[in-house]
Design a protein around this ligand. Sequence first.
Ligand SMILES: Nc1ncnc2c1ncn2[C@@H]1O[C@H](COP(=O)(O)OP(=O)(O)O)[C@@H](O)[C@H]1O
Ligand SMILES: [Mg+2]
Length: 410
Amino acid sequence: MALQISATNPEHPALLLELPWHLPLEQWPEEVLVPLPRGISRHVVRYARAGTEVIAVKELAERPALREYELLRDLDRLGIPSVDPLAVVTGRTDTAGGPLESVLVTRHLGGSQPYRSMFETTMRPATMHRLMDALAVLLVRLHLAGFAWGDCSLSNTLFRRDAGAYAAYLVDAETGDLHPQLSNGQRDYDLDLARVNISGELLDLEASGALHPSVDPIEFGTEICARYHGLWQELTRTSVYPAGKYHYIERRIRRLNDLGFDVAEMQIEHAANGDSVTFVPKVVDAGHHQRQLLRLTGLDTEENQARRLLNDLESWMATQDDYAPGDPLGARPEVLAHRWVRDVFRPTVRTVPQDLRSSMDPAEIYHELLEHRWYLSERAQHDIGLDTVVEDYIKNILPKVRETLRPTDD
Ligand SMILES: Nc1ncnc2c1ncn2[C@@H]1O[C@H](COP(=O)(O)OP(=O)(O)O)[C@@H](O)[C@H]1O
Ligand SMILES: [Mg+2]
């Protein structure tokens, strides 16, 4: 049987051909390998160089290799964070002509670490909680897409920390199954496997002294399930609103925020019976919003104010025709943010007369107006326009603010 390389990209087979396929992976010479940390695995996995890429090569039987390759391609198509499949190599033989196992080739996920390497440096419990939230996000996203993982564990996940955001990626899809939709029973089963695996892995870490003493492995496993359920509930609740009811959308964003999740992407679809909204959640670090708002708009605020302003910015972005996250043809976030500052933020702040603003800065004023709009809309149970909000704010709130700012006699 001849060596066969099936690849997603026509340039890859040529690059891959240079690798020593006639040797079992365990015998590959050091010069082709890349020494990066690997997680625990059943199969032999190695990192190698192919042209300018670092690839992960996993040795396994032909059928599961082809199956995993196809599943990873499906996940890629569905926009799920997972490793990129590059190729399957079959028909390998050693120099004596004896058969060797097939391999699955994926792109090494840059900036990622297996959990053991991350936990080696005694990780703060707060960071661990964020990582587990990222894993809950991954599992919810997989389930929403109809993918039953079948072996969700820390070893089958890669974690990335990037500019204050935490993301979990699926690395091992071998046991997975893609369905049009998952039943509650299928989800519960998958989640239970995750809980048992994760608690077990944390118990191992505890035994080797690598776990922060305040972390209880069993509780942690249970907590992941609770985080999953909260998020699932929030993302799947009925989401068709009368057209233009921004207030309802804001309520959902705030609930996600209260759960500790942020909105990475939001899509509003207009239909005759109302607007339907879908969210892609994400997990971020404390202080992330402040830095993000500063980067996008130059506005320097406190963290909770930054979060509200970013929510407003992102909801507004979703209404723009050239908003297409991830699409190179769509407007860049910086460009949209600049437009928002020019067309929304500044004109709104200017409606509050300068002499009434006391010492408040523009971002603080805008934040106050957002909070006031929220308050008024909640009370009225429908959207209150910004004009009305500003008017009410000037009449009823600002005088009180000025009162508290006035120097007292004593
Ligand atoms: N594309 C990749 N990028 C980074 N690490 C990878 C990649 N593919 C595999 N790994 C590492 O190899 C380990 C084992 O891979 P996995 O697919 O889980 O093998 P197994 O099916 O034998 O369990 C993972 O935990 C991860 O650390
Ligand atoms: Mg694995």
